[in-house]
Design a protein around this ligand. Structure first.
Ligand code: DX5
Ligand code: ZN
Length: 216
């Protein structure tokens, strides 16, 4: 099954609640929430109070992408404010295995993100514990960047490894995804699609519906 996860980083923050409701109405299954600390990535976005405020606006899955150093310090708080799944970066966790266990112990879904330049081998031992792997298709930190072409091979390779090992986790892609290239990442093996600019530029409901149509 394929899922659309619009990234609210590209939303109009002056009416964020309304925009999240609009995503829900249009049928987007997830809400992708990008948390940035100005340390792991250059920019700072938003944190727990914003997520908590949005929680009553929708029952959709809150897919929280933590671009922060040592996320284990804040896992409990993110769950408390409404996260249904948490993605941590392999590059930002000193103890990746322990951090994954901590997320699972909190009763939500656990996922690990890899920057474009990070090899899939870092997942070798932890893969069976994961509900999802996020393959970054841009370098994290900003919306509106251009899709990095070589990440398609990485998605394909990861899906092959999962199939060979009988692992049924989801593969999410994030960064530079458009209506034009979404078909090719799906074909490579991704099934959770993050889209920021491509959803929020123009008519949100129409954009969501077009993505859902292409994604089948
Ligand atoms: C990048 C973020 C993405 C970003 C996607 O660091 O993780 O979720 O907002 O935005 P677009 O789709 O505009 O590349
Ligand atoms: Zn993201």
């Amino acid at each position: 099954m394929n899922y659309l996860a619009p990234s609210i980083l590209a939303a109009d923050f002056s009416c964020l609640g309304e925009q999240v409701k609009c995503l829900d109405r249009a049928g987007a299954q997830y809400v992708h929430i990008d948390v940035m600390d100005g340390n792991f990535v250059p920019s700072i976005s938003f944190g727990m109070p914003v997520i908590q405020t949005l929680r009553p606006c929708t029952g959709r899955v809150f897919d929280v992408h933590l671009m922060i150093e040592e996320p284990s310090r804040y896992l409990k708080e993110f769950v408390k404010c409404g996260a249904d799944m948490i993605t941590v970066h392999a590059e930002s966790c000193r103890h990746l295995d322990r951090t994954i266990d901590e997320i699972r112990q909190l009763g939500i879904r656990a996922s690990v993100a890899l920057n474009p330049g990070t090899d899939l081998s870092v997942l070798e031992y932890v893969l069976p514990k994961l509900d999802m792997v996020l393959v970054m298709t841009v370098n994290p930190g900003f919306g509106g960047q251009k899709f990095i072409g070589y990440t398609k091979d990485k998605i394909r390779k990861l899906r092959r490894i999962m199939e060979e090992r009988g692992i049924k986790a989801d593969i999410e892609v994030d960064g530079g995804i458009t209506l034009e290239n979404v078909g090719s990442v799906l074909e490579a093996g991704a099934n959770v699609i993050v889209a920021g600019s491509a959803v929020f530029k123009g008519d949100i409901e129409e954009n969501v519906k077009s993505f859902l149509e292409v994604m089948g």
